[in-house]
Design a protein around this ligand. Sequence first.
Ligand code: M6R
Length: 609
Amino acid sequence: MCGIVGYVGNRNSQNILIEGLKKLEYRGYDSAGVAVYTTEGLQVKKSKGRLAVLETKLGDEPLNGTIGIGHTRWATHGKPSDINSHPHTDNSLKFSVVHNGIIENYISLKEELTAQGHVFVSETDTEVISHLIASLYQGDIVKAVQQAVTRMRGAFALGVLTEYEPDKLVAVRLQSPLIIGVGEGENFIGSDIPAILEYTRNVYILNDGEMAVLTREGVELMTLEGNFISRELFHVDWDIVTAEKAGFDHFMLKEIYEQPKAYRDTMGSRIDATGKKVVLNEIGMTPEQIKAIRNVHIVACGTAYHAGLVGKSVIESLARIPVETDVASEYRYRSPIITPQTLVIVVSQSGETADTLAALREAKRNGARVLAITNVVGSSVAREADDVIVTWAGPEIAVASTKAYTSQLIAFYLFGLYLAQTLGTKDEAYIADVVSALQELPAKVEHILAQSETIKGVAEQVSTHNNLFFIGRGLDYHVVMEGSLKLKEISYIHSEAYAAGELKHGTLALIEEGIPVIALATQGDLFEKTVSNIKEVKARGAHVFGIHEEGEAELAKVVDQVFAIPATLPLLTPALSVVPLQLLSYYASLARGNDVDKPRNLAKSVTVE
Ligand code: M6R
């Protein structure tokens, strides 16, 4: 995820910016840059690759000055490249901007500014901001930024410098985190506390809709409308490692809690302004090509494969196209029937998984069009696929995948709706209802997260067992497969996920007194049948923990403990019901004293077959 650092003071800003950016490296990035006000005006140096590449450039030609902004970019709009790196400037090179987040209406702003004579050089949404501010500037940078922000839609944190007012650094926050560090005769901005911790422990945490104007003498906080705000300084007593995890004990927990944001960012500009339909500008397929699709193959590994299982139901139910889902390591060895009318969807958080990449190549060799759903813009999968839907979950650092999985689900919902719109398999009212329910998901996840203590209690019981079962039917079955994988990989407890109706064909023999069974029962049309299966395991002594939808009263009567998730459309429940299962495995792993973020024998990215 992108990182921002800014400095105004009396020291060499270049060094402070680079050191600050190094502290943000853990967030992941693919390019970096700085802008410094020097005796020759505002100067920018930026480059694709690691910070060391930028450092070499700056070593050859240092930027000497005491005010500057810096950025590490994790590509979203446009590939990783020198030109797409931040900071971005306007054509006069008098304004410079660093930005985290997404400007949803950047295309219309770009068209408007282009018509006014602005020339754009990058593929980014950010470049629009520097041009917009330049176009609105009339001698007051604070006012120009305020006016610019009223024109921008999306989520963003900004650092802005202009050569015309070289003692001021302007910072803005709208849904993307930004903090202000307060020092003696010097002040800082950072997208994250570690960036400034070496220099000060006194910070202001900006809230959404707030901005700050930093000079050497002090910091003014105000709303985006210009009303001044007074706020107590927050003293940070975290060490650097805790700060990297934003105060969470582990990256996995932080990433579980980042899911509402990941959902919002992944939906972002892909839902049109009316909130009733999906816009997928990144899909290059024409309506005729979409209509020619005869079947879909979804191919992936591990957690991404589990997202693909849900994706199958989503596409089949919304677009009525037959879908097969395959584990990537099996796909190309089973001689799959791939034709030019097959759409192959590869799903990969990292975009570098060897088996998934090999499946993609096999599909292309056979003439199929390939759509990638990935979290990493410049990854191999993204580069080799014909179309790419990026999941804007931000970098996932814990080995156990959480926010990447749920963002992949969101990508499938968006793509399924897009197919339905194009093929006319669902009417406008139905699509509008699903889009509206999708937009309610982030708040519903927040509601589940607020009850994490309940799940923690269950996880502590589970952690004392060596075997357990997960059961469910329909979409619930696919979600429990993911729950079981998560528990295995980080708690090392053996578990099996079973289609609830399949137990009695053999596995029921393993149910004995006291064994935990986690039962998911969120699918209304399958509810009664799932309850029957729960009774089968209860009758053999299992201790059943049930997950159901709020408002449903029957499950509590047949299980030992229940947890309710907010109600939503049946097709969307996986995006909610997986969250308690993620928390369950996290807390079980914690209770067993395991290394949650780095489980034994596993790597984050599997680049070998
Ligand atoms: O980067 P990818 O999504 O292609 O990775 C696929 C799997 O290796 C990955 O999902 C793995 O199963 C996770 N560690 C599970 O949490």
